[in-house]
Design a protein around this ligand. Structure first.
Ligand code: ADP
Length: 483
């Protein structure tokens, strides 16, 4: 399959408006997880190039922030239009480097673009406050200003949306950005930069650097020019980056791991719960931080739910993402498939039962069979670890209190879900769940107008919505006397 516009396939980094190789000339390959083939090779940059990108971002900051909000909005809006106009090509690039089915990739391009559209609109509404004076002859005013140069580090599971969800609010607010995309998925990032360039986003406002994560992360966190780090990825790396940011007291936003409970109560609409579980669990082959990780089912409907879910899982079409009708592509790499096998083996070794799947898929490579396991209990590794694969573990509970206790029995607190038609229970459980996001009779919760983010060790800050803009703004208080 070929791109309609081959110039969207870029293999250099984008710094200060130019396409650049690593100082050393070194490159590393980007492979297709469906067949292991190399799609392109991209620069292996380190600290020196990252510092130059940061300097370019700093140089661009003063004039970008001084444009009117309307001027920035128009340019960011143009970026949105170009992303949507190139939806097919971006989706194809994504499927090639990340593996997700083409239909899902197209959905992600639209989802990713929705943040660009939203923040182009939202930046015109960055209002301040006036505060009634506490003494005569004073006037107290609060203004909001862009925080400065932002460093963004993103993961491979949503190669476009995780970049736009950070860069669109930052750029619309008047900040400038240096992005380090995941090693597995730099091509979508470069394509976004190419479109930003065409949209008229000035040089230095958006920069993309690929290479050695540790070195790039070090340069980003030690730089006094970078005023904010926004990260999506694993909890251990998030903690490390927060520590590294302490020395220069940077503001941070962290979207880290999850361990989402998906609770099905006896009074749930069972068919709706099965559909919600399919979407929440098997989207992106289970590789999202909001995927249902523990499906807790009340004893009265446990068997019926397991049967209905298994039937739906048996209908999933596993195939390379570019194959017509594919619903589940490969996992990102061999290590991911191995981890999923290990978690299943541990659970089965401790008494769980595989109802369907449970092993690598017959297609071989990184493909894994969609799996349902029953009789899962909280002493198994799968209860406390993020699966990041197409495995639905079903736990049984008796009472509402027990379900809530199990759901909260984790250091994580990103997304949670429950299905119930009892209005009292809906309010009780919504309040009791220690999570940043609660899906109630819904399996898909993320969109550009609502705040996405976690509590506890799942992170700090929110993305999307009016709150997502606040994360890129500083408050300035003007105290005027002598009036
Ligand atoms: P995942 O398990 O999803 O790969 P990671 O947290 O390892 O999660 O990766 C998320 C992002 O963090 C990727 O872009 C990766 O390259 C980057 N990363 C990993 N280690 C570091 C590090 N020491 N410093 C900066 N970035 C890092």
């Amino acid at each position: 399959m070929k791109l309609k516009d081959p110039s969207l396939l870029r293999d250099k980094c984008y710094i200060d408006g130019s396409w650049i190789s690593a100082d050393s000339g070194e490159i590393f390959p980007v492979t297709n997880p469906a067949n292991g083939e190399t799609i392109a090779s991209v620069p292996r940059m380190g600290e020196a190039e990252t510092h130059r990108a940061i300097e370019a971002a700093q140089a661009a900051f003063s004039s970008w922030k001084d444009r009117t909000a309307k001027e920035r909005a128009n340019i960011v809006r143009k970026w949105y239009e170009l992303i949507m106009a190139n939806q097919d090509d971006l989706a194809l690039l994504m499927t090639m480097e990340q593996g997700k089915p083409l239909a899902e990739a197209k959905g992600e391009v639209a989802y990713g673009a929705s943040f660009v559209e939203w923040f182009a609109e939202e930046c015109k509404r960055v209002y301040g406050d006036t505060i009634p004076e506490h003494l005569p002859g004073r006037r107290l005013v609060v203004t909001k200003e862009p925080i400065g140069v932002v460093a963004a580090i993103t993961p491979w599971n949503f190669p476009i949306a995780m970049i736009t969800r950070k860069c669109a609010p930052a750029i619309a607010a008047g900040c400038t950005v240096v992005v380090k995309p995941a090693e597995d998925t730099p091509l979508c990032a470069f394509a976004l930069a190419e479109l930003a360039h065409r949209a008229g986003i000035p040089k230095g406002v958006l920069n993309i650097v690929t290479g050695v994560a540790k070195q790039i992360g070090k340069a980003m966190t030690e730089s006094t020019l970078v005023r904010k780090l926004t990260f999506t990825g694993s909890t251990p790396i998030g903690k490390l980056l927060m520590k590294q940011c302490a020395d220069t007291v940077k503001k941070t936003s962290m979207e880290l791991g999850g361990n989402a409970p998906f609770i099905v109560f006896d009074d749930a609409d069972l068919d709706a719960a099965v559909e919600g579980a399919m979407l929440s669990k098997f989207r992106n082959a289970g590789q999202t931080c909001v995927c249902a990780n523990r499906i807790l089912v009340q004893e009265g409907v446990y068997d019926a739910f397991a049967e209905k879910l298994t039937k739906r899982v048996s209908e999933l079409k596993v195939a390379p993402g570019t194959t017509e009708g594919s619903q589940q592509g490969p996992l990102i790499n061999t290590a991911a498939a191995t981890k999923v096998s290990e978690l299943i083996n541990d659970a089965v070794g401790k008494g769980a039962k595989t109802v369907i799947g449970g092993k690598p898929h017959d297609l071989g490579g990184n493909f894994f069979a969609p799996t349902v396991i029953t009789g899962v209990t909280d002493d198994m590794r799968i209860f406390s670890e993020e699966i990041f694969g197409p495995v639905a573990p079903l736990y049984k509970f008796k009472t509402e209190e027990e379900a809530v206790r199990m759901a909260n029995d984790t250091p994580f607190g990103l997304a949670s879900y429950f299905y119930s038609r009892d209005i009292g229970r809906v309010w009780r459980v919504s309040r009791a769940l220690e999570y940043g996001i609660v899906g109630i009779n819904e399996g898909i919760i993320s969109n550009e107008v609502a705040p996405f983010g976690g509590v506890k060790e799942s992170g700090v800050g929110r993305e999307g919505s009016k709150y997502g803009m606040e994360d890129f703004l500083e408050i300035k208080y003007l105290c005027m006397g002598g009036i």
